[in-house]
Design a protein around this ligand. Structure first.
Ligand SMILES: *Cc1c(COP(=O)(O)O)cnc(C)c1O
Length: 374
């Protein structure tokens, strides 16, 4: 059994993916082929924004989004304490100060109440300027944007949506990667929409920001001339082969994959509710199930269950074993650490196999094993 079965997905999509990749090799348009701009149009339309600017990976997407707004020294950037390292890494890389904010243990996402408190604390105690919040759509579930948008408005904060895991999620009719002032995603193979290598994208409704992103991703070039460098930039492009793969995968995602992961989540929750804490999705919200994460009462029980499942051939993962404020790379940061919920989660969470090709019999096997272990 696979945790995320990319082999099965390839078997299903093989004829279309092979043809798309061979076309790129036949044309030899490996960088900036027409498949890249075609994909950007499809992605922008799917999430419901004006522009998608693709790039080399989800981490670069965050850096591009932060650079385009000039985030740097003296800026306080609020980041959930329970997330993948990139969400805070790019902030610190640019010389800004990440301020870690506790999360809501029910949604795993940034807690609006904790965010409000953290903004007040930074204003009162530091010389830093509260500048932006990086909202992560963790495990596929959009953050609480209605609440966060109000806090951001009242405090003059930019919202940077880290939708690396969120692609396909929704609040009402609004799709993930359309929230905030600017949004990013990742096409790392294991994400909800993954390519066959590294890839990422930035989403914006702003004409000037989109133009600036296109410049920054190719060495700060001018609009018309690659060898006229107006500013310092990056080398961060999505290559044409990845765009060709994503074009096929986006169709499958739209046609049935998103539906299938939601069906798998529903089957899990029906079978496991009452045995351990299953994920809860608030009314109006919809997840793309980058992960299906359950909670055990404590670390000892979680670790024991993981070990017993592994012995039965059932792979599970711990996202995340360490929160941001506990990472060695951030040991010298002056603020943060007041995140008891995030700390607790690190000891209690367990992610179960989740992907669109998971069969009901496999879910039964996993759930039966969990019940007998408990
Ligand atoms: C995966 C991930 C990223 C980084 O994406 P890469 O494509 O691996 O660089 C950023 N933020 C979150 C929340 C992620 O899960």
């Amino acid at each position: 059994m696979q945790f995320r079965d990319l082999k099965k997905q390839y078997q299903v999509l093989k004829p279309r993916i092979d043809a798309a990749v061979i076309q790129v090799m036949t044309d030899c348009n490996f960088i900036s082929g027409k498949q890249v701009s075609e994909l950007e149009h499809r992605l922008a339309e799917y999430v419901g924004v004006k522009y998608c600017v693709s790039c080399a990976n989800g981490t670069d997407a965050l850096e591009l989004a932060e650079r385009v707004y000039g985030i740097g020294e003296g800026d306080a950037i609020f980041v959930p304490d329970f997330t993948f390292f990139s969400s805070a890494e790019t902030v610190a890389d640019l010389g800004a100060t990440p301020i870690f904010v506790d999360v809501d243990p029910k949604t795993f996402n940034i807690s609006p109440a904790a965010l409000e408190k953290a903004v007040m604390k930074v204003r009162a105690l530091s010389g830093l300027r509260p500048r932006a919040v990086v909202t992560v759509d963790l495990f596929g579930l959009p953050a609480d944007y209605p609440a966060i948008e109000r806090i951001a408005r009242e405090n003059g904060l930019l919202i940077i949506e880290d939708g690396a895991q969120g692609f396909g999620g929704r609040i009402g009719e609004r799709r993930a990667c359309s929230f905030g002032d600017i949004a990013t995603t990742s096409f790392f193979p294991a994400k909800p929409l993954g390519c066959y290598g590294d890839g990422g994208a930035v989403f914006t409704n702003d004409d000037d920001i989109a133009a600036m992103l296109r410049s920054l991703r190719v060495h700060g070039k001018s609009e018309s001339d690659k060898y006229d460098n107006l500013r310092l930039g990056m080398n961060s492009r999505l290559d044409t082969i990845q765009a060709a793969v994503l074009d096929v995968k986006l169709t499958a995602f739209e046609e049935y994959e998103l539906e299938q992961v939601n069906r798998a989540a529903e089957l899990y929750s029906q079978r496991l509710a009452g045995y351990l804490e299953v994920p809860e999705i608030a009314g109006g919200f919809s997840s793309s199930w980058a992960q299906y994460t359950v909670k055990l009462p404590d670390r000892e029980k979680r670790d024991a269950l993981q070990k017993q499942l592994a012995a039965e051939g059932i792979p599970t993962m711990i996202y995340y074993p360490k929160c941001m404020h506990q990472q060695g790379a951030f040991a010298s940061l002056p603020y943060g650490g007041d995140c008891p919920e995030a700390e607790q989660l690190c000891g209690r969470v367990l992610a179960l196999p989740m992907h669109p090709y998971l069969e009901e019999a496999e879910i039964d096997f996993i759930c039966d094993n969990i019940k007998s272990c408990l």
